[in-house]
Structures are given as structure tokens and as C-alpha cells.
Design a protein around this ligand. Structure first.
Ligand SMILES: *Cc1c(COP(=O)(O)O)cnc(C)c1O
Length: 431
């Protein structure tokens, strides 16, 4: 009994069931029953641990004994087969680059971890085929497709908003084939997410298919995102400065993982959730009222979310106490014009090319204010190449294609167009 539903109606489940179900039957997100802080000794000696060892310490209490130690360590090794460098941009501001994985966005970490956990549970149980249903605002689709490609017993169905993801993102999720299918939805990300949620509640579908979700609502995608906050601390600890993280936020899974890392004892002074004009949470901070709105399209498209799923988890971390929440977290919103300006400034003054999401994170640090006793870190959540047209237009320079992108960019897109939930349902029942 490790995870409960935030809607408090559905029964508690183990890590395994939380991963397989994705969302609780009462539509609530799963949340760990207990959160035990890590030992001071571990945190004080973190520099003596490898990334994989750190990740194991961080995640083990949540997985408990449902995956044996040896298997879990193997899953972690395979998940973390790339680097997480910290690049100093200005005196007290650094970018934590999370884009060195196969699809060049931070979502590779969660997607690779989840795919391997699900693969493990499937192998053990010889359960019926699982269908992973996922809505993407851009980067999730590619990361999930790549993470699950060829995983036995798992089919992946990705819904993405037609014309609202970048060319590179679209290629990453429509060109792999095998057990991956891309559904091109005539609508927005919110429409895609709503269809996925409806699918999980459709009794006929549930009776026919073993559906699970690979959005950050799934605990196996959300929790491993804690890892790199610890890797950052390891790299900055000897500076002995107050640490502040600014996280470009859309569905608020990444920032929520940072706040969980803090709950585990990671010494961080403050967090900033930086958003584009989809400002539901910054509004909540100002007014105390959470009002979802239809998402607006921006140049940081992976954050075009009008009803961020993970915000309820953040409230739970702080026991629904706004006072406690505001001590640790601030949230600010920025326009595309401000973001473009920041990208230009970062390039011209500091010779660094930030992607539009990272630039929003940078703006968050600037707005909060970073003094000389403080080390600000913004998360560079994706490689600028993923937003080639936007980035090249703004910085007026061409960027070389990394090898991960060269591999997909000239492949042929294969997608199935749909407009309604009924079309999704028919597809799922018949394929
Ligand atoms: C998904 C994504 C985000 C937003 O992350 P959330 O966990 O949804 O808040 C930010 N930047 C990039 C590049 C992304 O792909």
C-alpha cells in the first residue's frame, strides 16, 4: 500500500499498480503515502556517489521491493545513459542541460524509466498486452515513442495537436513505426489530453484494453524527474551558495519533482515555476483561485497547457497550505516577446543558445532576483534544435543538427488523423 489517489475515493495501490493504472479509477492522481527524507550523511557526501547511485537512493523508497534491487539498478543505469551538464551563463546563473538524451528533452528520463518499469512488470506477470495512451504538447510524444520502441507487450498510441508541434517534434513521434502509432488530432493539446482522460473512463474501452498513461500523471514518469535536481546539487555543493531552481513549466510535473526532491531533504532555498502566457498557476499565486483556461499557442509550445495536471500534487506536498507553499515556490508568467528578448540577450551577452522554454526559466530567475550569495539554475528542458524555426529566426544563426535529429528528420511522417473521441475509441478497439 504505497500510493493513494488524491481524490481519496479509490483504494490505495502499490507502485506497480500505480504504474500500470496511470490514473486512479476515481480520476485522482496517485501520491506516495509516506515520504521519508534521505539521510544527512548521504546528502553531505553526495559528491562521492555516481549519478546511478544517487538515483537509486532517491527512488528506492517509492519502488519498495516491487522491483528487486538488481533489476532496479539496471533500469536506472539504462535510463541514465547520457550526461546532465551544468553550463555557467553568467556569474550566478547556470543552465542545467537536460537534453542530451535520445530525443533531446528532459522527458527522456521519465519516459525511459517508465518504459523499463512497465517492461519489467509485463515480463514478470506475462500480463495481457498494455496500451500506453499519451497526449503530447510536443516533447512527451517523442520521448515516450523512443523509450517504448520495441518494448515487448506494450503498444503506444500518441495523440498530438495537428500543426501545433514543431517539425522535429513531429518527426520524432511519427517516424518510428513498430509498436508506436501517432494520432494527429484536429485540435489543441487540451483536446488531446481530454480525449485521453475520457478514454480512461470509458467502460467499453477499459473492458477491452489494458490502458495506461505515460503522461507525467504516471508516477513512474514523474518521480525519476527528481534525479537531476540531485545531480545539480552534487555539481554545485562546493560553491556553498543558496540554490534556486527555475523550472519552465507546462503540466507542472518537472517542478513538482523538484519540490519532491526538496521534501526528501535536498537543500534548495527556493523554486520558481516559470510559465508562458498560459498563466493558470501564476494567477493562482496572485488570487488564490485556480481557474483553468483554454491553452494559448506560444513559441514555448511544450508549455501550452491550460489546466496543469500536476498542480494538485504540489498542493498535496505542502498539505494544501498556501503559506508553506509560497515560502518555497514562486510562479511568474512571460510573454513570447519577453522570451524572444531573453533568447537574444543570452546569445549576444553570454554566447549561449537557449531554447524558448529554457529562456522562460532564465526570465524566472531574473524576475526573482539572484544576489551574490545565490546560485540560480534554470532547467534547459530541450535542445534548441527542437524549435529550429523559432530559434534560428530569433538568434539569426543556423544551428548544426545533432546526430539524434539527423536520424529522424528525413524520414517519412506516418500519422492517422482524428477529430473526435469516437474516432479515437474506434481506432483503439479495432487495431
Ligand atoms: C514538457 C516540457 C516542459 C514542461 O514540463 P512540465 O513537466 O509539463 O511542466 C518544458 N519544456 C520542455 C522543452 C518540455 O518538453
Amino acid at each position: 500500500m504505497n500510493f493513494y489517489s488524491l481524490n481519496k475515493i479509490a483504494p490505495n495501490v502499490t507502485f506497480k499498480d500505480a504504474v500500470i493504472k496511470g490514473l486512479a479509477p476515481d480520476k485522482g492522481l496517485y501520491f506516495p503515502e509516506k515520504i521519508a527524507p534521505l539521510s544527512k550523511e548521504f546528502l553531505n557526501n553526495i559528491e562521492n556517489f555516481s549519478n546511478a547511485e544517487i538515483a537509486y537512493e532517491v527512488i528506492k523508497q517509492f519502488v519498495a521491493d516491487e522491483i528487486p534491487e538488481k533489476e532496479l539498478k539496471k533500469i536506472i543505469e539504462e535510463t541514465l545513459n547520457f550526461d546532465f551538464p551544468m553550463v555557467l551563463i553568467e556569474e550566478n546563473i547556470a543552465a542545467l542541460e537536460l537534453f542530451h538524451g535520445p530525443t533531446m528533452a528532459f522527458k527522456d528520463v521519465g519516459a525511459r524509466f517508465m518504459a523499463r518499469c512497465l517492461g519489467y512488470f509485463n515480463k514478470e506477470e506475462k500480463t495481457a498486452k498494455v496500451t500506453v495512451l499519451v497526449a503530447t504538447s510536443g516533447d512527451t510524444g517523442g520521448a515516450v515513442a523512443s523509450g517504448f520502441l520495441g518494448v515487448k507487450g506494450v503498444d503506444v498510441v500518441i495523440l498530438y495537436p495537428s500543426g501545433k508541434v514543431s517539425n522535429v517534434q513531429e518527426k520524432q513521434l511519427t517516424t518510428l513505426g513498430k509498436n508506436i502509432t501517432a494520432l494527429e488530432v484536429n485540435g489543441t493539446f487540451d483536446d488531446c489530453q481530454a480525449m485521453v482522460k475520457t478514454a480512461f473512463l470509458d467502460t467499453e474501452l477499459i473492458a477491452n484494453k489494458n490502458l495506461t498513461s505515460a503522461n507525467s500523471i504516471n508516477v513512474a514518469r514523474w518521480l525519476p524527474q527528481m534525479f537531476y535536481f540531485f545531480f545539480a546539487y552534487k555539481q554545485l555543493k562546493n560553491k556553498q551558495k543558496n540554490l534556486i531552481f527555475s523550472v519552465p513549466s507546462g503540466n507542472f510535473g518537472n517542478i513538482c519533482a523538484g519540490l519532491m526532491a526538496h521534501k526528501l531533504g535536498l537543500p534548495v532555498k527556493h523554486f520558481i515555476a516559470a510559465t508562458n502566457v498560459n498563466d493558470i498557476v501564476p494567477n493562482y499565486f496572485e488570487t488564490g483561485i485556480y481557474t483553468p483556461k483554454p491553452s494559448k499557442q506560444t513559441i514555448s509550445n511544450a508549455m501550452d497547457v491550460g489546466d496543469p495536471s500536476n498542480f494538485v500534487r504540489i498542493l498535496e506536498i505542502f498539505e494544501n497550505d498556501d503559506g508553506k507553499l509560497k515560502e518555497v515556490l514562486s510562479s511568474y508568467s512571460f510573454t513570447d516577446t519577453e522570451t524572444e528578448q531573453a533568447m537574444k540577450e543570452i546569445k549576444e551577452k553570454h554566447h549561449y543558445i537557449a531554447d524558448p522554454h529554457g529562456a522562460v526559466g532564465y526570465l524566472g530567475l531574473k524576475k526573482y532576483g539572484i544576489d551574490s550569495n545565490t546560485q540560480g539554475v534554470f532547467l534547459e528542458t530541450a535542445h534548441p534544435i527542437k524549435f529550429l524555426n523559432v530559434v534560428e529566426t530569433i538568434i539569426k544563426e543556423t544551428i548544426d543538427l545533432p546526430k539524434q535529429i539527423k536520424e529522424v528528420i528525413n524520414k517519412e511522417k506516418v500519422s492517422i488523423k482524428i477529430s473526435t473521441f469516437d474516432e479515437l475509441k474506434r481506432f483503439l478497439i479495432n487495431y
